[in-house]
Design a protein around this ligand. Structure first.
Ligand code: ARG
Length: 479
């Protein structure tokens, strides 16, 4: 099988652009294209990034044309050889992209004809750039999805490792950014893990709809040649062929779905960033980021800024913008292909680069987080974080929950006036609020006791965190 999508990195080539050549479609035109229009309508500046997919698609198309007898084997071999030398030239940086040839597709085809002569003119039989570009973009996205899932899994693995190490670390859990209840830092990290797990699942789901072959739809109506579309699908690793040619050349739902999935990834990374930024501040002091992920200030010598999470939070906006660009691009288009669709590529590439960069940065940074366990513990002790545990204790002694809530509320107010935590009130004073309270309350009111008590599936007890770590590792091995 041809694997066109095995890129080592996303890159936009900086190979030279050459102006002005004879058009492949020039037959019915009386005058040359206006120079500005030529540059304005060209996409080769950015779609050259699809060269591997374009050559893989052409290779499969040529093999199929020979398979069904439209090309002789000898013609096919010449074309395949020509395409392969072009691939090597581009990879070597030895290929001049020509603006007048408009896009990656016609640049490669024109070069093929230059190189192997008239037989090269047969490659485009039964094909249009409309089904060609749709095929290329799907192949490219398929590869991007696979690389993105790998990057997500790397980060998920790092979170699981850290969660295991920090299962017993107590920190305050917040609601409304007010201290709520003591939680395990490991539990917090596994909440992030869950977000990213859904992201990976979503990408895998989008991949199923990306991995459908449009080639064979030709310009819009299909083709009169007896093409074997299933054969092409098999060569390119597609799971099926499109069922409607009009839809296949114009559909960009798969790209919008992909961008929705990337927007969600960035939303999650942005929420994580926000917490990291808060936690590294002097006010929280929960964690320290190694210097290599931070920068200083040009004026304030004492500063160490969490630039990486800040930038990831900022980049989230770009990816939302990419999603909206594509939704808006599609909303007014009549069937079938329109030139508008050329505008799909830059937002896609931008989202891929942004998400891959952000995942890389997070994957490097998370294992290097240095938690300040004493600060977290001290913060968890503030704000009467074990008040619910006192109420639950009273319920176990037979007090209805609403009454228990009321009793604890009064005890909290008293402790507040006394300037101490509930656990620091003498037993006699606690008993003024309810005679059901006895000596064993002090074990209940510790941070560790509170945390360990929430030993329910999905709860914050360290025992649960360890169980989730084991389950997560099993899932990661399968993916
Ligand atoms: N560069 C074009 C694109 O990206 C390729 C398809 C052009 N098709 C056409 N009929 N002009 O969409």
């Amino acid at each position: 099988m041809i694997r066109p999508d095995e890129h080592t990195a996303d890159q936009t080539s900086d190979l030279p652009l050459v102006k002005s050549r004879v058009k492949l479609w020039g037959g019915r035109f009386d005058e040359p294209t206006d120079a500005f229009v030529e540059a304005f309508t060209a996409s080769v500046g950015f779609d050259q990034r699809l060269f591997r997919e374009d050559i893989a698609g052409s290779t499969a198309h040529a093999k199929m044309l020979a398979h069904v007898g439209v090309l002789t084997n000898e013609e096919c071999d010449k074309i395949l050889h020509g395409l392969n030398t072009i691939l090597l030239d581009i990879e070597r940086g030895d290929f001049a992209w020509v603006v007048a040839y408009e896009d990656v597709h016609m640049n490669i085809e024109a070069r093929l004809i230059d190189r192997i002569g008239d037989v090269g003119k047969k490659l485009h039989t039964g094909r249009s750039r409309n089904d060609q570009v749709a095929t290329d973009v799907r192949l490219y996205l398929r590869g991007a999805i696979d690389r993105m899932i790998q990057a997500l899994n790397r980060l998920r693995g790092a979170l699981v490792d850290l969660a295991e190490r920090e299962a017993d670390t107590v920190m305050p859990g917040f609601t409304h950014l007010q201290v709520a209840q003591p939680i395990s830092f490991g539990h917090h990290l596994l909440a992030w893990y869950e977000m990213l797990t859904r992201d990976a699942e979503r990408l895998a789901d989008v991949r199923r709809r990306v991995n459908i072959l449009p080639l064979g739809s030709a310009a819009l109506a299909g083709t009169s040649y007896p093409l074997d579309r299933d054969y092409v699908a098999q060569l390119l690793g597609f799971e099926g062929v499109s069922r409607n040619s009009l839809d296949a050349v114009s559909d960009r739902d798969f790209a919008i779905e992909f961008l929705s999935a990337t927007a969600l990834i960035m939303m999650h990374l942005s929420r994580m960033s926000e917490e990291l930024i808060l936690w590294t501040s002097a006010q929280f002091g929960f964690i320290d980021l190694p210097d290599r992920f931070c920068t200083g200030s040009s004026i304030m010598p004492q500063k160490k800024n969490p630039d990486v999470p800040e930038l990831v939070r900022g980049k989230t906006g770009r990816v939302y913008g990419d999603l909206f660009a594509l939704l808006t691009l599609m909303k007014g288009q009549p069937l079938a292909y329109n030139k508008d669709n050329q505008e799909d590529k830059e937002p896609l590439f931008d989202a891929i680069d942004t998400v891959m960069g952000s995942l890389r940065a997070f994957g490097d940074m998370i294992p290097a987080l240095q938690p300040n366990r004493e600060r977290m513990r001290a913060a968890a002790k503030q704000g009467f974080s074990t008040a619910t545990d006192l109420a639950d204790y009273l319920v176990r002694q037979g007090v209805p929950f609403r009454d228990a809530h009321e009793i604890v509320g009064k005890a909290v107010r008293h402790a507040q006036t006394a300037g101490c935590d509930l656990s620091e009130l003498p037993l006699a004073e606690l008993q003024n609020f309810s005679p059901k309270i006895s000596e064993d309350i002090f074990a209940v009111l510790t941070l560790e006791g509170s945390m360990a008590a929430r030993n329910i599936t999905g709860g914050t007890a360290p025992a649960q965190v360890h169980a989730q770590v084991i389950a997560a590792r099993k899932t990661l091995v399968k993916t």
